[in-house]
Design a protein around this ligand. Sequence first.
Ligand code: GUN
Length: 286
Amino acid sequence: MTARILEGKVFAAQIKEEAARGVESIKKEFGITPSLAVIIVGENPASQVYVRNKHKTCEELGIRSEVVTMPENTTKEELIAEIDELNLDKSINGILVQLPLPAAIKAHEEEILNRIDPLKDVDGFHPYNVGKLVTGSPTLVPCTPAGCIKMLDFAGIEIDGKRAVIIGRSNIVGKPMLHLLMSRHATVTVCHSHTHNLAEVTREADILVAAMGKPKFVTADMVKPGSVIVDVGINRNAPKKLVGDVDFDNVKDIASAITPVPGGVGLLTVAMLMQNVVKAARLQLQ
Ligand code: GUN
């Protein structure tokens, strides 16, 4: 058997179409154009590519996009002052601080991100939004896991009642994914670097989400035949070469469906961000 390849661009197009409809209805109902401000501090080349991508996708969908570029030596206070200004600016609906932050202010990441108005927090990282997700009233949900769930829905892959296993417990992917899958009535196990007999656990999974950031870590012997594999890993093992957390070439012969890297989940993140901007605009207008 060879798996169905879940192409990111197909599902990203569907997510963006929904977002574009949301943009239109906000324009019609309220006479405003939803807008996103992205703050990038320093000159991390990967971050610059991601931010350009976000900007381009906004333009494609009729969302107003503002990129705030701040120098590498920006202080915590300067960054917080910028966030405060955007929080107060009624013409801005979404605020995103691109990560990683420069080494000098990285230690203050939590304080900085928590300064963003929860109603403008399109990354869904603020404790208010995390709490809403955990208590079952999700508002702004982290883009990557939310995009993965949308993809499974669009692909017609059932979640209800399934055994889902997540490898990785990050705040950005693993933890929100746990709550999203659980709220859709999957039975969910979260594995991490201290998990004993990992392969035994992952072989139970009908849906396996790899999000621990180790290149080609998930091998064929760790996968249940016929399962669905979602690879959230983005690892650079050579200057320009991206590989996922899954050994795609071998696992694809066992799984029933699998996301490739590149060209998989990565494309869903930006598409979902656009939906979060629309959602944030609505939250502020209601
Ligand atoms: N850098 C890599 N992924 C992300 C993300 O999801 N949000 C932000 N703000 N920065 C990132």
